[in-house]
Every structure is written in C-alpha cells, then in structure tokens.
Design a binder for this molecule. Structure first.
Ligand code: GDP
Ligand code: MG
Length: 764
C-alpha cells in the first residue's frame, strides 16, 4: 500500500482533509516518545487504497518544536510515497513559506490548494497553473470542508508518486547559492540522502544538521569568514528566510487576483475590526473573562437565570420525575438549572438507576451483604462517581474546541503572552489552566499545545490548583459551617477567597518552577494569527470521541483499583470484621466504624496535620474524621464532604441529615472538635491544593514523561502542606507572618543566586 503524508501550517485544514479522506478508518495515537497526536487512516474511495498520516501542523522545518522535528523526520526517514502539502489559499504567501522548504527534499510533493470555496466566495481568483509552473509540482484546488475535488487530488497524487523527484530550491538567485551548492556536493560525496535539503539546513546553521555533520560545518564557517564585511552580515538563517519570502512575493503574488482592491480592503478591515476589539490591550482580557463566565455558567451553573439570587422562584411544582432517580434534574430549590447541570443530572440519574437495579438484582439473588455493598458501593459507586463527570468534561472540551477552531484561542494566548512572557510563562499555558476550573482531566490533556516540555510539566502541576467543580462542595460546606459557627454571613466571601488563593498559588508556583527546576525558553509567539473560521461539526465530534476514549481508558484502570482499595479499608476492621453499609449503621451510631482500617489510618496520620491546625489538637475522638476525609477525597473530591457527613452522624450528630450539603455536619464537627477558624480554612486549602482525585492523577501519569509522576505527587503534597500551615499559623499567631516572610525572602535570594551560578556554569 502507498503511504501519503499530509503536511501544512496549523489551521490550514489538514485534519479536515484527513477526516474526509479516511472516514471511519481514522485512528488517533501518539508519536513515539512525545504526546503529539498522530492520526493515521486509510483512503478507500479510489481504485487503490492509500495509507494516510496527518503530520502535525508546522510553519517551517526547523527543529524548534517537537512538531517540526516529527514532520521533518517523518519525511526524511520514513520516505512517504508522496507528501500532500496543504495550503490555505486565503493565506497564500505565508503558507508557501513551508512549501519552499518541503520542495527541497527528494520526495514527490503535490500541493493541495485548500479553502478554495472561501476564495471563490470572496470573488478572488488563484491561477493554479502559474503556481504549478513555478513550483514544478502539481497544484490541485480543493475544498476539504465541502469535499470538492478530493478524488482528483488523490488520483493526481497517486500518479505523481510513481515518479522519482529531485529536490529543487527557490534560493537559486540568492547570494548563498554557491555555498549551498558546495555543501550539497560535500553531502553527495558522503552519500547522504536529500543532499540539497541537508545542505540548506546546514547553511542555516540548523542545530540538528550541525550535530549530525560537524565535519561539514567548516565549509560554512570558512565562507562566513570571507563574507564577514559583506552588507548582509553573517546571520545565514535570517538571510535564507528573507530570500524565501522575497522569492514568494516576487513570483507567486501574481497568481492571486483579487476581485477588486476595495473588496480586499473591506474584507481585511472586517477581520481587522474584529481583532481590534478582541485583542485590544484593555478590552481583550475583560471580553475573554466574560465569554468564559458565560460558558462556565452554562455548563456548571445551578441557577441559570439567577432566579434564587433575585428572589424569584418557579416553585418545585415543576419538578418532574418525582420519586425516580431523575427527581430534581431540571429545577432545584425553585431555580431552573443550566443545560450542563440538567444533562449531568439526567446522566447521573441513569447511573444511579443502573446501580439501583444491580442492587435489587443482588438482593433477589440473596447475595451476601458484603458482596452487595462491594459491588454497589465499592465498584459501581466509585466508577460512577467519576463517570458522572463525563458530560461536563465533554461540554468543556466542546467549548474549548470551538474557541480553538474559530481561531479565537490563538488571540487569547497572544493577549496573555504579552503579560506573562517576562515571567517565563507563555500565553498558551493559560488555556489549560483555565480549563482546570471545570476539571483537571481535560485541562491536563490540553497542555499538549505547549511547545516547551518543561513548561508543559510545570503547567500540569499547577492545573489542580485551579479549583475544579468537584472541589466546590468542600469550599461551600466548610465555609458554610464556619460562617454558621461564627454567626457571620461571609460564607460566599470565604469561597471566592479560596478560588483566588488557588490561582495565586498556581501562578506563584508556576513562576517559581519556571525559574528553578523547570527553566526553559519561552518559545517565540507566532505572531501571524489564523483567520477566523466557523467550527466544523464533524471535526468537533471526532475530537470529542477521542477525548472520551482517552478519559475512559486512561483514567479507569487506576480508578477502579483505588476505589476498591479504599472501599476495603472503609469496610473492614483489622481483624477482618465486615462493617455493613456505612450509612445505615451510622444512624444508630456504629461502634465498629471507629475501628475500620480507614479510621485507624486516619488516627495514625492525624499528627501529620497538627501544624496545619486540624491534627492532634482536635483529639482522637473526633479529629481523625478530617484525616479520613482527606484520604477518601483522593478518589473523587466530593467524597470528602460525603465522608464528613457520614462520620458526623456516626459521632452522634443525630440532627444532621447526611444527604445535606454538609454545612450542618461541618458545623457539628467544628463545635465538637474545637477546630479553629484558621484551622478550618487551612483544611479547605489543603484539600484544594493537595494531590487531586485519582482521575486527575491517572491523566497526569499518562501525560508526564515516565518516572516523573512521583515528583509531581511530592510537589502537590509539599505545596499544600506549606500553604496550609502558613494559613494556620498566621491565622492563629499573626506575628508568625514575619517568620514566613523571612523564609520567603531567603528562598527568593537562594533562587536568584542559584540561577546566577547555573548561568555562569552554562557560559563556561
Ligand atoms: P488543521 O489545523 O490543519 O488540522 O486544520 P483543521 O482541519 O482543524 O481546519 C481548521 C479550520 O478550517 C476548521 O474550522 C475547518 O472547518 C476549516 N476548514 C478546513 N478546510 C476548509 C475548507 O476547505 N473550506 C472552508 N470554508 N473551511 C475549511
Ligand atoms: Mg489538525
């Protein structure tokens, strides 16, 4: 079977073309060693089947990003039978820059002039014949979206791939052509394949080329010596780039005829007008925040029209499905919920219903109590708790894919880049971090857009600090309980304050990491922004399906195991007595619960939390509850409050309803244990910042390089520990603030001198 590779700039329509060509045969994986998507599939519509691979989107073949290296090495080493170079016809000159480099390789190349539907709609014309003549390879006009001319493209490519092709270059008229020819001859002497391509890259002082052929560097350097005083200086890389652009504008610009000049300026000014607002220095960020808030509200909002806030109330009379697991799916406390919450409620209702059916089945089959509890609470309960996030995760993905596909995301990255670049953080890193407010799982996967591996690791680490949807119950329960105990009305304020704290810790630790262990270049921001597009339904769905598979496959293996282990710890005592259904027995105040393995672990690790304000000072009779809650929170963060409610009841809080929002349970525990205000806030901070739920840990494991997960876990533990103990000690004894400030100052001084020392070593 023949092998074709699709190559082109980001956003030129590669994936759209790939999907149209391969249809259901498409398969998404990773390139070996890196987490860049690798799409493969088979074209079956012609007489001959063809294997097709979608190379990552790139602007050039220099080795600056993993994407560039992958694409370059694929063409050089795997030698596809034909490279289909896709060009966004609405952006002809910029896209041809890559084409001029691909043409330098000894491989059959065919150019697919994509987005011709837009060009035609604008009334512009592109003369493919002129391009064909000057490029020396076939040029086929297509529309990947409308699927026009795709069969012509493929049959032309199949025909052309039969012939051998020698690389040619547009640098023939450049001052450097003699040098290039000399180096090319040297490469030919070494019997290296693709001599022209390698020669030009070596002249550009390309990192990989210099490393592979140190013996030939001398030719270039000698030449540089003799040209030292020449007008064009000795930055050959810039010189080559300049020569390419000059050639393109001189020779290819005539292929494009605009409908009329006024039409051109009108079209440009529309796009410019949009950008003038969206990327405005002052308005850009507020607009972005408003868009974010609207989408988050649509996905996570419990009160779509702010009816509760305004005192309006549709009444629970509208609650349908009363008496079923779907009760209250649409209306809650008299307020209409957002579409995201409604869908989630229905989905979770289904899961509960399945769990209930299984329970009844086991009951009928007269299964042992422990088996019923194991299957329903342990296996299914744990699995469904995580699966319940899927609708909202997918909606979040959908939302961010839309922003990405329209080209807006590139603008946002650009705006944020302006601010954070000086701190070693690139604008792109903010997308995944913001996604973290919804759920860390999709957020971590989204870090794949970051070019610098170290920045990616640092970003994955701080994502959980952006408090996700599942941590919200912890914030509201503890803040609510605390506000009740103190008799104040600041519960909301505490909640918002914790969100802000999470963000501050995230950005703070990101900056610290980027200046210490995770130092690295902030890759230059590509200034040319893609043109705005309407997102495409089919591509979005394929994208979502990929993410669903990823989530289910990667996260579930580890989640299943860990939920089972925690269930065992919860339901067994050290001498193998089984503690029946926690909730039921809890109502009678079960004695065994205090003897479960989980409880004794809680009592054992309790002293660790003493510096954080919720350890030994609370006493072993009540205090261990907080430690246990932190452990169960590892499975899914909402378990934290579930555990607290159950244990509060078992400790004698008879008036407390365990289905509640946990506020009463928390109030009871605070009163009973004497947990101080600072301790309560430190408890929230610890659970918010420490190791996230198993789904997030599993995702991090998949996204991080092998063997680095342990450092990431340690980072989460240490950061949460330090921040919480600072909160507790400063809250309890205000003067300790000065000790913390001194520690912070010492740390900054240390980092400063450490980096200086490292830099000086690099220079030597
Ligand atoms: P990639 O980054 O190269 O994989 O580009 P995509 O395939 O994701 O396409 C980027 C955007 O261009 C999407 O919104 C597509 O819907 C749109 N697009 C792709 N091909 C065409 C086309 O031929 N015509 C039009 N109008 N839009 C297209
Ligand atoms: Mg793509």
């Amino acid at each position: 079977m023949k092998r074709f590779a699709l190559a082109g700039n980001p956003n030129c329509g590669k994936t759209t073309l790939f999907n149209s060509l391969t249809g259901s045969t498409a398969h998404v994986g990773n390139w070996p060693g890196v987490t860049v998507d690798k799409r493969e599939g088979i074209y079956k519509k012609g007489e001959e089947k063809v294997y097709i691979v979608d190379l990552p989107g790139i602007y050039s073949l220099s080795p600056y990003t993993p994407e560039e290296v992958i694409s370059r090495n694929y063409i050089l080493d795997e030698k596809p039978d034909c490279v289909i170079n896709i060009i966004d016809a609405t952006n002809l000159e910029r896209n041809l820059y890559l084409t001029t480099q691909i043409l330098e390789m000894d491989v059959p190349v065919i150019v697919a002039l994509n987005m011709m539907d837009i060009v035609e709609k604008n009334g512009d014309k592109i003369d493919a014949k002129i391009l064909e003549k000057r490029l020396g390879v076939p040029v086929i006009s297509i529309s990947a979206l409308k699927e026009t001319n795709l069969n012509e493209l493929m049959s032309a490519a199949i025909k052309f791939s039969e012939k051998k092709r020698k690389g040619n270059t547009v640098l023939e008229d450049s001052n450097l052509i003699h040098l290039i020819k000399d180096v090319e001859i040297a490469f030919k002497g070494k019997e290296v394949e693709n001599p022209l391509f390698h020669a030009i890259k070596l002249v550009e002082n390309d990192e990989l080329e210099v490393k592979d052929h140190p013996d030939l560097v001398k030719i270039v350097n000698d030449y540089k010596e003799s040209f030292k005083d020449d007008v064009f200086g000795d930055d050959f890389e810039a010189l080559v780039a300049d020569a390419r652009y000059k050639y393109i504008s001189k020779n290819f610009a005539i292929a494009l005829t605009r409908k009329n000049e006024s039409g051109k300026s009108k079209r440009l000014s529309l796009s410019d007008k949009i950008d003038r607002v969206l990327t405005n220095k002052w308005a850009g960020i507020p607009i972005f925040l408003v868009i974010l808030l609207i989408f988050f509200h649509l996905i996570f909002g419990e009160d779509l029209f702010y009816m509760n806030a305004m005192g309006l109330n549709v009444g629970n009379g509208y609650t349908t499905f009363a008496g079923t697991p779907f009760a209250g799916a649409f209306v809650n406390e008299g307020a209409i919920m957002s579409p995201g919450v409604m869908i989630t409620n229905l989905f979770v209702g289904c899961l509960d219903w399945i769990n209930g059916l299984v329970g009844q089945g086991l009951e009928l089959a007269k299964a042992e109590a422990w088996a019923q509890s194991f299957i329903c609470d342990g296996v299914l309960g744990g699995l469904f708790a995580i699966l319940g996030f899927l609708p909202q995760i997918l909606m979040l993905f959908l939302f961010f894919s839309i922003l990405e596909d329209t080209g807006y995301m590139a603008r946002v990255a650009f705006i944020l880049d302006r601010i954070f670049r000086r701190f070693g953080v690139s604008g792109r890193a903010f997308m995944p971090m913001i996604m973290g407010f919804g759920c860390s799982v999709p957020a971590m996967i989204n870090t794949r857009t970051l070019a610098d591996e170290k920045e990616r690791v640092a970003t994955i680490r701080v994502i959980p600090f952006f408090s996700c949807g599942a941590k919200l119950p912890i914030l509201t329960a503890v803040a609510g309980g605390l506000a009740n105990v103190l008799g104040i009305g600041y519960a909301d304020l505490i909640t918002v304050g914790m969100y802000v704290l999470g963000m501050a810790v995230a950005i703070g630790s990101l900056i610290i990491m980027r200046n210490t262990t995770m130092r690295g270049e902030v890759p230059p921001f590509i200034m040319e922004l893609p043109t705005y597009h309407l997102p495409q339904f089919k591509a979005l769905m394929i994208h979502l399906w990929d993410k669903t598979k990823h989530f289910v496959k990667k996260a579930f293996t580890i989640i299943l195991l860990s939920t089972i282990i925690i269930w065992l710890f919860q339901h067994l005592t050290w001498d193998w007595q089984f503690i029946e259904n926690w909730e039921d027995i809890a109502e009678g105040g079960n004695q065994l619960i205090g003897q479960s393995i989980l409880a004794s672990l809680g009592k054992f690790i309790q002293p660790i939390f003493t510096p954080l304000g919720f350890g030994s000072q609370l006493g072993v009779s009540v205090g261990w509850v907080f430690a246990v809650a932190a452990i169960t929170g590892l499975v899914a963060k909402e378990n934290c409050i579930g555990t607290i409610s159950v244990l509060a009841v078992s400790l004698g809080a008879t008036a407390v309803s365990i289905d509640g929002d946990g506020v009463d349970a928390m109030q009871f525990l605070i009163n009973e244990s004497g947990l101080s205000t600072a301790g309560a806030i430190s408890f929230i901070a610890f659970n918010m910042l420490t190791i996230p739920c198993f789904a997030a840990v599993a995702t991090a494991k998949g996204e991080l390089r092998k063997g680095t997960l342990k450092w990431t876990l340690l980072f989460w533990l240490v950061t949460s520990y330090i921040v919480s103990s600072a909160i507790y000690t400063i809250g309890e004894w205000w003067w300790t603030l000065f000790i913390w400030l001194v520690v912070l100052a010492l740390a900054i001084i240390f980092i400063y001198f450490f980096n200086k020392y490292k830099d000086s070593k690099v220079l030597k």
